[in-house]
Ligand binder design. Sequence first.
Ligand SMILES: Nc1ncnc2c1ncn2[C@@H]1O[C@H](COP(=O)(O)OP(=O)(O)OP(=O)(O)O)[C@@H](O)[C@H]1O
Length: 653
Amino acid sequence: MKTIGIVTDGMSKLEYFLNENIESIFMDKVKINNYYFKNLKSNQLIRDDVILVMLDDRALKIKKYVDDTKKIIKINRSIKQKEIYKLFSLPEGIDALVVNDNMQTTLETISNLYSIGINHLNFIPYNKDKEYKDIRVAITPGESSLVPDYIDEIIDLGHRYIDSSTFIQIMAKLKIDDRDITRRLIKYSDEVVSLESGINSTYKKLSIKNEELDSIINLSNIGMVLISTKGEIIICNDSLKRILDIEYDVVGKNIHELESKNIVDIFTIDEASDEVIKFKNKYINVNKYTIDSFGKNTGIYFCIQEITYIKKLEQNLSKKLRDKGQIARYNFEDIKTNSISLKNTKELAKKISKSDYTVLITGESGTGKELMAQSIHNESLRRNQPFIAINCAAMPENLLESELFGYEEGAFTGALKGGKKGLFEQAHNGTIFLDEIGDMPMYLQTKLLRVIQENQVMRVGGESIIDIDVRIIAATNRNLLSMIECEKFRSDLYYRINVLPISIPPLRERKEDIIMMLKYFMKRKIEISEDVKRVMESYDWPGNIRELKNTAMYIDIMSSGDRVELYDLPHNFINIKKDYSKEIKILKEKVSIEKIIRVMEIIKEYNLLNKSIGRNYIVNELHDQGYTISEGEVRTILSVAKVYNKKSNLQED
Ligand SMILES: Nc1ncnc2c1ncn2[C@@H]1O[C@H](COP(=O)(O)OP(=O)(O)OP(=O)(O)O)[C@@H](O)[C@H]1O
């Protein structure tokens, strides 16, 4: 244990007072030894860690009795705050006799009073050989018995307490860094007027900051330990102790003194950058950093996390992002295909992923455009950043604008307090997927073009410009070129987004995928009859993979045998016995939609009346309505319509 030696002239009340004063701060953390000048032997050496004396001349006198003069500290004393107030009751400018046991301590007391700011009185040092008849008041620090009788009023300030600056010096010399001692000293410095208020307040501020830092470090779930170059543990937080199952105090210990060899192994590891280490029955992630101060290595810092904790964080984060639709779940491996053309598209997309250019994915609805966009994001360098998807067709125009670009507080009625970040801001450093871009209104297209050109957004109702770094992937099932012709899509935006085009073929153009994917999506792995295969391959698949996925789900529920038969299929497949794709194509190309609708309306009317009609009748009926239609056109329409309406009363004449 560290020791403090107190050297006084002889046994006195003062000696007890100092002992108590020191013990009130250090408690049982130090041992106090008392010495008296008059008893010191000529060859005696005081070896305490700190040696305290009361006066400057005693500091000189003690030199020859100590093994190291650097240990000597002269005690500075000050007055308790509450005693000082007594002095303020004295009128300004009056003479006050200051009485202490000798001239040196008397002058010291006067100097103390001045340095703590008592300067409204005229202090007269007491000399016992003189008489002070005109003086009415005496001030004394606990020596009232020495005040001459003729003085009317005595203000006894009580014994002077050790100044907190002296305690700071003692702590520094003893190399004591103890939270409890610091706390007691801070409280003490509030009671005893400080002579060195500058040092004290800095010390106080630093100590409070230390406390705050300590609390913050201990609140962290990450295990932290700071070790000096000599291997001494300087800081160790509660999480580190919990993670490494340490149940004793390690601060101040050398790492080689630690009880567990496993822990010593971790702290003596050469290098660790996200190193996963098995510790007892758990896995921990270890990172080691060297601390440099002014270019000099001053220690090492370990940051240790439990893998289960990291996993939990990851799960929480991805759940949050998923809830908000901000995560890309799919990769290129999720894009199943046997088709050469889609395989080539996949390869192209993989190459494109690595760049930061804008991508335009075209393809019919349900062909996998979003799947492709997510895969590109997950293959890119932005994979750990947000992936924000928005369907431009699914939102009213003004909402789409504020969703994309955000808004400032008060931008419109109902705007949130503090405004709102737009999706471009949310996607910062990541990717934004603008689905159905063909449905974006023209004025937003203009705004989007500016964002792409300048990499900056301005919130609705805002004036400041926000820099963003976002990769754009756009998708559409529309023919943007013909939209440009009809002035429904800006050509400059088209060329900006069509930097890297990807086109996904519809399912009917990759028949080799149909049965493979049907099996892939079906949960019940059962045989598929040849009839079903034929029907599926001749079907048009307007909803592409999404429709195929739904069909697989339907079959899963409906089929009960060990083979999928025609009657297990949804009703839209059942009537197809023949490949009508040729007719549908002709129908689309040759007959105007208006004529088809007219023909269908006539058929519907006659169906309701339960009457049969022939081609000729339809030609004439339409003629009466002002349309010119040939019998051939009517035949095309009827042959297709029959497929979808088995029960119709159409005559095939
Ligand atoms: N090649 C594929 N392999 C596996 N699943 C696919 C494939 N293509 C699409 N899918 C699945 O089909 C569904 C529709 O895909 P997706 O939403 O990506 O299509 P889309 O073209 O973006 O549709 P829309 O135009 O309607 O927005 C999704 O469930 C997707 O996972």
